[in-house]
Design a binder for this molecule. Structure first.
Ligand code: KG4
Ligand code: ZN
Length: 335
């Protein structure tokens, strides 16, 4: 049985989690604290790195204490410490990583640097006894990634975005529509009242043979529509039509990848997987094609430390550890 404390601070959420588990059985999430900085960045319309790192530092100590208290675990009972080592904002990554290394060093326990994308990738299986072979789609603010997963640590990239990530497109279109940051949840809300067939936006690369994505053309199409229909546009219709275009591409490419990979399980993770219309569309497509769909629990879709702790615990139980001198990597690839 091992207990691990993890810190996630790659962008604008400061998060600390404590998990416990043994190889071959489901991990217990004893505590998962997230302190969101969204209100802090909202007035700037996006994340301001200097504000983010300063705030991580301000809240981290209290968050660690709260996580340990909620978990009913003393610092001396923690067997290993983990932190996100990338990808993300350098100044933000440094805060969480340095804090986790400091705790590991003081307690003379192992430290593990975890790839943020591996955290998202494995999060749908956090309450399972094992990570099965599957086809994965990660859709976050920074990444849109299709992967073939043979098991923990065995990943093959099948496709990714050639320009904007899906979440980034949601956020940029949200800004165009003058909706608060982040745009994703706001567009989903507006779209519920709109007609998804009102505007015929492009489904970029949907029928191309490769498994890459492109969302910048869609973003430009929204911009041109706004300029053309100055003042007359229905925000709800435009949000619904935009969201529908993103969903059709994500679902279409995922089904193509799943068929090609031969896997029977499809997993969906990352902030955009909070989107209920996407979840429903993926559910329907997987049902029709005979795939089992596994989606991250809602609390583990957007950035959180439980997913980092889970990935860290799997690696720790497998005998891995990182050097205390290991650096952070703002552009760390997953594969
Ligand atoms: O995974 P995440 O918290 O951070 C990154 O690793 O990037 O994802 C954040 C992204 C943002 O772009 C946000 O707008 C998007 O997830 N998002 C959503 C929804 N909730 C969050 N996009 C669409 N619909 C949502 N309900
Ligand atoms: Zn993330």
């Amino acid at each position: 049985m091992a207990t691990l404390l993890a810190i996630e601070s790659s962008c604008d959420e400061t998060a600390v989690a404590v998990v416990r588990g043994v190889a071959g059985s489901a991990v217990e999430v004893l505590a998962s604290e997230v302190s969101s900085q969204i209100p802090l960045h909202r007035e700037h319309g996006g994340v301001v790195p200097e504000l983010a790192s300063r705030n991580h530092l301000l809240v981290l100590r209290a968050l660690v204490e709260k996580a340990l208290c909620d978990a009913g675990v003393g610092m001396g009972e923690v067997d290993a410490f983990a932190a996100t080592s990338g990808p993300g904002l350098a100044s933000s990554l440094l805060i969480g990583s340095t804090a986790a290394k400091g705790m590991a060093c003081a307690a003379d326990k192992p430290f593990l640097g975890i790839n943020h994308l591996e955290g998202h990738l494995l999060s749908p299986f956090i309450d399972r006894t094992a990570v099965p072979e599957h086809l994965a789609l990660i859709v976050s603010g920074g990444h849109t990634l299709l992967l073939d997963v043979e098991g923990p640590g065995k990943y093959t990239k099948l496709g990714s975005t050639r320009d904007d990530a899906a979440g980034e497109a949601f956020d940029k279109v949200g800004k165009m529509l003058e909706l608060p940051y982040p745009g994703g949840p706001e567009i989903e809300k507006a779209a519920r009242e709109g007609n998804a067939a009102a505007y015929d936006f492009p489904r970029s690369m949907l029928h191309d043979p490769h498994l890459d994505f492109s969302f910048s053309g869609l973003k430009t199409a929204v911009l041109y529509t706004l300029q053309r229909e100055e003042g007359k546009v229905s925000v709800a219709d435009l949000a619904a039509s935009f969201q529908q275009a993103v969903i059709e591409v994500l679902v279409g490419k995922t089904m193509k990848a799943a068929r090609q990979s031969g896997r029977r399980i499809v997993a969906l993770s990352g902030g955009v997987s909070m989107n209920r219309a996407l979840r429903a569309a993926m559910e329907e497509a997987c049902g029709n094609a005979g795939f089992e769909l596994v989606i991250s629990p809602p609390e583990f879709c957007t950035d959180n430390a439980a997913m980092i702790a889970f990935a860290g615990l799997l690696r720790h139980l497998g005998g891995e550890r990182s050097e205390l001198g290991a650096d952070i990597h703002p552009n760390l690839p997953l594969v």
